[in-house]
Design a protein around this ligand. Structure first.
Ligand SMILES: *Cc1c(COP(=O)(O)O)cnc(C)c1O
Length: 357
């Protein structure tokens, strides 16, 4: 698909933040965005890169009422040699269409997703921060914009991608998070939308997150929606538990998000000397194993922070600490290896990196 590049008037160019320690996450956006539209009877059309600007949308649009929306998250890294790398973008392109299929949105050709993002990042590469741990976060999104209140799939969609320079997640060093196992609210049920990266899943998770914060926890660990017994995932991360050289994680059962970072951990593990098992994890067994000292480490995996050490787990008022608040050796190893491949410090033996330009 031909992507038209609209000119960027000088008065629309923004001031870039010079102090990269002030970037934070997802608050600053670059000068341009990618836009492609889909119209019933016509398909994908009008692909363009244009100045970043607010949308003018009819208040009746489907997305505002019935949440027909999907998104993705990936990062671009500026390597020491000046090249710009994306990490496994084909995985995001594929998952985007899987999410879209679940809520009846049209499939976007994977090459349009990838080529559009590459072209946008190439134009905006001056925005990519270079301090250790920083990157350019890419947020592809699709929204339903038909202005009608009837409940049915929209006849008009916007696919767009915006870019945000983001700071180092662990600017002050790795910080283990504390996690509350949620035993009342659920995130997803079998047959629901848990596997889709769709905004509605996040809206329904906010309340549990707020209540956990009030109790002093950083994030919520979801249990399965049927029995509230089996470990699913954490907020925007998948979760792994290490038993010595063996690492376990929940299987892709349809109600958890199939993380790109999760898949990368699973594929890297054997090369680092670990065995991974995808299996149902009963929270009661898990708590017993932590108590007994059999669980040596726990960590989350997701694009934003890559690997997040878990320092504390609370379930039904019992609080258990892991690795004594320290960062475990396995957690550190996966973090160093993944970020090493992403930033070009380590060889890319799996062919995960794609360059822009
Ligand atoms: C995006 C996301 C993840 C992590 O996926 P990555 O591809 O590794 O970034 C995990 N859980 C949920 C609910 C998510 O939305």
């Amino acid at each position: 698909m031909d992507i038209k590049v609209h000119s960027l008037p000088a008065e629309k160019m923004k001031e870039k933040i010079k102090d990269e320690s002030q970037l934070g996450f997802g608050r600053i956006f670059t000068d341009r965005m990618l836009m492609v539209e889909w119209k019933a009877g016509q398909g994908w059309c009008d692909a363009r890169i244009e100045p970043y600007a607010p949308f003018v949308l009819d208040p009746a649009c489907t997305v505002f009422h019935y949440a027909q929306e999907i998104f993705e998250g990936l990062k671009a890294y500026k390597w020491a040699d000046g090249r710009v790398a994306l990490f496994r973008p084909e995985m995001n392109a594929r998952r985007f269409n899987q999410s879209g299929d679940r809520i009846c949105m049209p499939a976007l050709p994977e090459e349009t997703f990838i080529d559009g993002i590459k072209k946008l990042v190439e134009l905006e590469k001056g925005w990519i921060p270079t301090a250790p741990g920083t990157s350019l976060y890419i947020r592809p999104t699709m929204i339903a914009v038909e202005p009608v209140l009837g409940v049915h799939p929209s006849n008009h969609y916007y696919f767009y991608a915006i870019l945000s320079p983001v700071g180092a997640y662990y600017a002050a060093g790795f910080k283990p998070v504390s996690i509350l196992v949620e035993d009342h609210y659920v995130r997803a049920v079998p047959g629901g939308t848990g596997e889709a990266k769709t905004g509605g899943n996040y809206a329904s998770s906010l309340k549990a997150g707020m209540e956990a914060k009030k109790k002093g926890y950083d994030q919520v660990l979801w249990l399965d929606g049927r029995e509230r017994r089996y470990i699913e995932e954490v907020g925007a991360m998948n979760i792994f538990f290490a038993y010595g050289k063996k690492i376990v994680t929940a299987p892709l059962n349809g109600s958890i998000l199939s993380g790109v970072t999760r898949d990368s951990v699973i594929r890297l593990a054997p090369t680092l000397g670990y065995e991974v098992e995808e299996c149902q994890i009963d929270v009661n067994d898990l708590m017993a194993d932590i108590r007994a000292g059999k669980v040596t480490e726990a960590f989350g995996s997701g694009t934003a922070a890559v690997i997040t050490p878990v320092g504390k787990l609370c379930y039904k008022d019992e609080v258990l600490s892991l690795t004594g608040g320290q960062v475990g050796e396995i957690t550190q190893k996966f973090y160093d290896t993944l970020t090493g491949i992403q930033t070009g410090r380590l060889p890319d033996e799996f062919g995960w990196v794609q360059f822009v330009g």
